[in-house]
Ligand binder design. Structure first.
Ligand SMILES: [Zn+2]
Length: 255
């Protein structure tokens, strides 16, 4: 059993690394107007088509010491970082939820979140495509939950109520601070995640996202530029998916 767990965790990590790599390329090409990645992977500087040995997540980058084999220009550290993020998130989900439909559901959600976070990081835009994908996936996996009726009702009510509250608060904040506090995409994403997490874990998600977002804002303040909130929500959502139930249970146990 232990060997099987180690083996499947390893497989999940590889799957996650490949997903992270693919979604990062998708995000980087999104800016250039391509809807999804097409054709073979190339060096963005010299156009050198990558061979199989240059396509191994993380390891290729280390083996090449972060430089293109053809033009020797540096390859962004963003490639191995996004691959490592994907590997860690997918392995974590498998270790936590094992071989279950929920693992598949969370991996799809994590993939959508990574794509949104990478694109938002580059462009300050949270695209609708992956949000619709996550919405469809939520509905498709509903019957796999034993308490699917309760999950559906509490998810939809939470999404509507939380969405309305956040929208109102952000409109008031916009008035007070005279600039856009939360984008429409951020509000849509939080409402979408409320479907997945229900009332208490969604509340935890909002608090976590704000804390992570504030940390980012402080870190980026040196550059005096607005920061994207999407990556903060995505990180918060992964944390809630992993530990939300325990935190809410522990907090509820205090009373
Ligand atoms: Zn090159």
């Amino acid at each position: 059993m232990l060997y099987l767990t180690i083996y499947l965790t390893f497989i999940s990590a590889i799957l996650g690394a490949v997903m992270g790599s693919f979604l990062n390329c998708w995000a980087m090409r999104y800016e250039t107007g391509e809807k999804y990645p097409r054709g073979r992977s190339r060096c963005p500087r010299c156009g050198h088509v990558l061979s199989a040995v240059e396509l191994v997540p993380v390891l290729s980058w280390i083996a090449l010491r972060g430089r293109c084999r053809s033009c020797h220009e540096p390859i962004s550290v963003r490639y191995p970082i996004t691959e490592l993020i994907g590997a860690a998130v997918f392995a974590g989900i498998y270790l936590k939820y094992g071989l279950s439909p929920y693992t598949a559901e969370l991996m799809i959600l994590a993939g959508c979140l990574m794509l949104m976070a990478f694109i938002d990081f580059d462009t300050m835009i949270l695209p609708n495509g992956p949000m619709i994908m996550a919405l469809i996936s939520w509905a498709a996996f509903l019957p796999a939950h034993e308490d699917w009726k309760r999950r559906a009702v509490s998810g939809i009510i939470t999404a509507l109520v939380l969405g309305a509250i956040i929208l109102t608060v952000s409109l008031i904040m916009d008035r007070v601070t005279k600039r856009e506090s939360l984008g429409g995409g951020d509000i849509k994403l939080l409402a979408l995640l409320a479907l997945y997490f229900g009332p208490w874990q969604s509340l935890l998600l909002v608090i976590l996202s704000c804390l992570i977002g504030l940390t980012f804002a402080f870190a980026l303040r040196a550059k005096e530029k607005p920061f994207p909130f999407g990556p903060a929500i995505a990180i918060g959502a992964v944390a809630v998916a992993m530990w939300g139930e325990e935190v809410v249970g522990w907090y509820g146990g205090l009373f």
